[in-house]
Each structure stands twice: as C-alpha cells, then as structure tokens.
Design a protein around this ligand. Structure first.
Ligand SMILES: Cc1ncc(COP(=O)(O)O)c(C=O)c1O
Length: 381
C-alpha cells in the first residue's frame, strides 16, 4: 500500500473525542458542555443574503483572496473594531479561522521548523503544525502567572528553527484575555527575534468587561499575521468564513496560496459575511450578553458547589480546577462524569499536558443545562 505522510499518520485525535464517543455510544441523553458550538443561529439578514446570492447565480469561482466588497468591509471593521490599519489588499478571506491559520502556517513554516504554541491551547495548532512536518513547542500558561505568556520563558524555548509564535487571546480554552501591555511586549519579542507572531483572534468580539487588544496595532516591522472568523461572532460556524490579515509585503503570497488550498471561499457565504458586517449588529450584542449571563450563572454555581475556576474575560468557556476531584487523570474523570452523571465536559488535557487537573466548560450550552451540569459535577466524588 502507498504511504501516507508521517504528519498525517501521526496526527493525534482530539482529546475531546473519547468523551464524545462515550456520549454517543451510551445512547442516553446528556448535558453537553464539551463543544464550542454557539447555541444561536445567524441573524436573518445574513441568511437572506446567502439565499439571494444563490438566486442571483453567484455560484461561480471568485478571486482567490475574496470578493472586493467583503475585503473592503473587513478593512473598515479592522480599523473600527481592532484598531488595525490594513488595506483591503492585506485581507485574505479564508474558509473559517482554521484555514486562515493553516494558510499563515503554510506560508511561514517548513518541515523541521518549530512553532511556539500555547499550553493549554486549541488542539488544532499542534495538528496544523504537525501536518506541515514542523514541531510544535509548547509554552506554558499557568495560574501562578495569570495564564499570561512570559517573554523570558519564551526566549528559553527559542532555537534557530523557531519561526512562529502563536498567540490566542481571547483564549480557548482558558477564557482569558491578554492585557494590552503584554501584547505589545510579545510583538516586540517577535520583532527582536525575527519570528512571526500569528495571532488567533477568532473570539475578538466576545469579551466581558475588558478590552481585546489586537497585536497588529503594535506591528512596526511587519511580523504580525492575524486570523479572525465569522464563526463565533455571528454564530456562523458551518458557513465557513474567516480571514487572515497580513503585512503588505506578504499579502500577494498569501492570496496566491489560496489557489491550491481552496481556490476561493464559497461565494454565497462571502455575500452572507458582507451582510453580517454591514447589517445591524444587535444580534451580536444579544449573543454576547447571553454568554455574559451564562457566565454569571456558571460562576455563581461553581462558587456554591466549591469548584475553583478562572474568571472568564473572553470567548465562551470557563476553565475549572477539578484537580481535587479527579484522583489522577482528568480524561478518565471526564468519562466517569459522563457515565455516572450524563454530563459531557472537555478534559483539560485535550488542550495540552498543562490542562491536567482542569476541565473546560462551554458557555455555548443553555443556561439551565449549565446550572444542572455544574450541580452534577459538584456531586462527583
Ligand atoms: C481558538 C480557536 N481558533 C480558531 C477557531 C476556528 O474556528 P473557525 O474555523 O470555525 O473559524 C476556533 C474554533 O473553535 C477556536 O476555538
């Protein structure tokens, strides 16, 4: 039989899979707090825009980097919401944030290179890096340091093969938001060391009482690549639209790479994205305030049952410390929780070894489910 590449063959399965498989195999109803899927639907005008695009016959190939109307609307959004001054030519429309990240890595990382990734962090970073036959090198985010990366520790992980550092704020799974002064420090770190800073800002619109600061604001020498998404902001996960913002010098290269990867993003989905950006934003605020309410409910219930947690400042996750309850492996504990109490959570180790003893609860679940789920976690010995 012909071979598949080591990068493909050795790519680990997501650590949430064991819990999901057990949930489906049981055939019983369960409270799902394990996935980051918004419980909302996209605003009506967004859906209508996609329907109209199909009816108009917008079903042909479009430019690799995206339709001009969307890139122009994104340049406005980036200036107004993120403080990023980018020409539409620097904005490459992608198939979700995931493909924006893959595009950025494909452009900057070769086999044998190293990429600094957060631990705990979104599992797809290690998968995407491994697929390029490069090595993910994990930097730890610890409670002692407020889950913020430290430049001296990053420096110690650098080798001549380090090409990129991935930063994710607001964070999945931690729900933390990196303060602006640290963001600026990390941009300077990337500049000094001549590496790329790949900023995953897929949750940029979801913060609670703090400001999300985009690294590209501080970029003086063209080292920041920024990945964004429509998935979470507009509850458009299955529509698959995101975008990568690059320095002017590499924008044409990034646009060119879309040809072999995806050719272009689905044209009606791009019409939907234009409507999302330019239409009323009240539903975005409704979703954000719903997550904010669920966050309050979750924090109150966790406090009541005596489970320590990290106060979420962004995204829609709450990172809870179950180390006193797991008696060893948090993954085994999560499977037991499902079997005994029909509650599905993501074990912290799905996000790296640093997640041992922790679990991620998703606030994308319904408020009543969150309360009942936490009560049942409290009952787990
Ligand atoms: C941290 C993070 N980045 C990126 C993404 C990518 O999302 P999408 O490809 O749907 O835009 C996700 C999705 O869960 C995520 O949690």
């Amino acid at each position: 039989m012909p071979l598949v590449t080591p990068g493909a063959d050795q790519m680990p399965r997501s650590g949430i899979r064991r819990v999901m498989d057990a949930a489906w195999a049981s055939g019983r109803p369960f409270i799902g707090m394990h996935v980051g899927e918004p419980s909302f639907t996209p605003p009506d005008h967004v859906i209508r825009a996609a329907e109209e695009a199909y009816e108009r016959g917008d079903t042909h190939y479009v430019a690799n980097a995206g339709v001009p109307a969307l890139r122009e609307a994104l340049a406005v959004k980036l200036r107004e919401s993120n403080g990023i001054e980018a020409d539409p030519a620097q904005v490459i429309v992608s198939a979700g944030g995931a493909q924006a990240l893959h595009l950025a890595l494909s452009m900057t990382v070769a086999a044998g290179d190293e990429v600094l990734i957060p631990d705990p962090g979104w599992p797809n970073y290690a998968m995407a890096v491994g697929l390029l036959q490069a090595t993910p090198v994990r930097y730890r985010l610890t409670p002692e340091q407020g889950f913020v990366p430290r430049v001296d520790e990053l420096l110690a992980l650098m080798t001549p093969r380090t090409r990129v550092i991935i930063l994710n704020s607001p964070s999945n799974p931690l729900g933390t938001v990196v303060p602006g002064d640290v963001i600026e420090e990390l941009v300077r770190f990337a500049e000094r060391n001549d590496i790329w800073l790949l900023s995953d800002e897929c949750y940029d619109a979801l913060t609670y009482g703090v400001e999300h600061v985009s690294p590209a604001r501080f970029d003086r020498s063209g080292v920041v690549l920024s990945a964004f998404s429509f998935s979470k902001t507009y509850a458009m996960t299955g529509v698959r639209v995101g975008y990568l913002v690059t320095p002017p010098e590499v924008a044409a290269t990034a646009a060119k790479l879309q040809e072999p990867m995806i050719a272009c993003v689905n044209a009606p989905a791009q019409a939907a994205a234009v409507a999302a950006l330019t239409g009323p934003q009240d539903q975005v605020e409704f979703m954000r305030s719903s997550y904010a309410e669920r966050r309050e409910l979750a924090m109150a219930k966790l406090t009541e049952v005596g489970i320590p947690f990290v106060e979420p400042r962004g995204a829609f996750y709450i990172w809870v410390d179950v180390s006193a309850r797991t008696g060893g492996s948090v993954e085994d504990w999560a499977v037991r929780l499902l079997e005994r109490h029909q509650v599905a959570v993501a074990p912290g180790t799905a996000f790296g070894a640093g997640g041992e003893g922790w679990a991620r609860l998703s606030l994308a679940a319904d408020g009543d489910d969150i309360v009942r789920g936490i009560e049942r976690i409290g009952e787990m010995e």
